[in-house]
Design a protein around this ligand. Structure first.
Ligand SMILES: Cc1cc2nc3c(=O)[nH]c(=O)nc-3n(C[C@H](O)[C@H](O)[C@H](O)COP(=O)(O)OP(=O)(O)OC[C@H]3O[C@@H](n4cnc5c(N)ncnc54)[C@H](O)[C@@H]3O)c2cc1C
Length: 195
């Protein structure tokens, strides 16, 4: 993960412009107070960039619905998926029979994908047979306000398990970098419920 240098001070200095008070001894309390009162635009000056790997396309379909963010995703038009990896949901792994059936479909799909390419079907068309489970990688940049909205929706207990796990990991990284911007969400991260 990359993020704006000195995130709390950066947001604090931006907020200080509003009141002609950029120099502060305690940026953390200042930012917590101001964000707590709903003046959230000041944390838009802080951004976080995450590189996300080996998640499913089912996850990234959900991720990119968050419009206030920037994305760059591995392309299935240009990149060959002839040896694709995939995510197996935990519910499938609970049963050996379900796991076998799941893997059968993945193997079958992989073979047909490679056969289509061998018949000169371009990658951008052969990819139509690829599964939602297919591994992908994506870089996402969000400002802190948008990230908080993402975390609120995707760490919540109704969120789908894979994106919820991702949101919890993103929370842990963002919290470690800028505790005052995220510490009010710790209970949500741990229980899926707002405190
Ligand atoms: C548990 C769960 C289930 C879901 N199920 C479905 C589903 O079945 N089908 C489905 O299609 N989607 C579903 N979604 C996706 C959801 O509807 C949102 O598209 C997604 O969570 C992005 O949230 P967002 O719009 O707040 O984020 P962003 O797009 O990042 O927007 C951030 C904020 O900006 C504001 N904003 C952005 N664009 C506009 C706009 N055009 N007009 C007004 N305000 C705007 C809003 O305040 C918004 O909260 C689900 C999401 C969750 C968490």
């Amino acid at each position: 993960m990359n993020y704006t240098d000195n995130p709390v001070e950066s947001a604090g200095r931006a907020a200080g412009i509003c009141y002609d008070k950029e120099e502060k001894e305690d940026y953390a309390s200042f930012i917590k107070g101001i964000v707590g009162r709903g003046h959230e635009s000041v944390i838009e000056h802080v951004t976080f960039t995450f590189r996300v790997e080996d998640v499913s396309r089912a996850l990234t379909h959900q991720l990119v619905r968050h419009r206030l963010a920037s994305y760059s995703q591995r392309s299935q038009r240009y990149v060959d998926e002839g040896e694709f990896g995939y995510v197996i949901p935990p519910s499938v792994l609970e049963s050996r029979e379900a796991e076998e059936k799941f893997k059968e479909v993945m193997d079958y799909t992989l073979e047909r994908y490679n056969e289509l390419k061998a018949m000169n079907v371009p990658k951008e068309d052969a990819r139509f047979v690829l599964p939602n489970a297919c591994h992908t990688r994506i870089v996402v940049t969000m400002n802190a306000r948008s990230l908080r909205n993402f975390l609120k929706l995707r760490m919540e207990k109704h969120a789908q398990w894979e994106i919820r796990q991702l949101a919890q990991k993103m929370y842990d990284l963002a919290y470690a970098a800028a505790p005052p911007l995220f510490e009010d969400m710790q209970a949500l991260r741990d229980t899926g419920r707002e405190s």
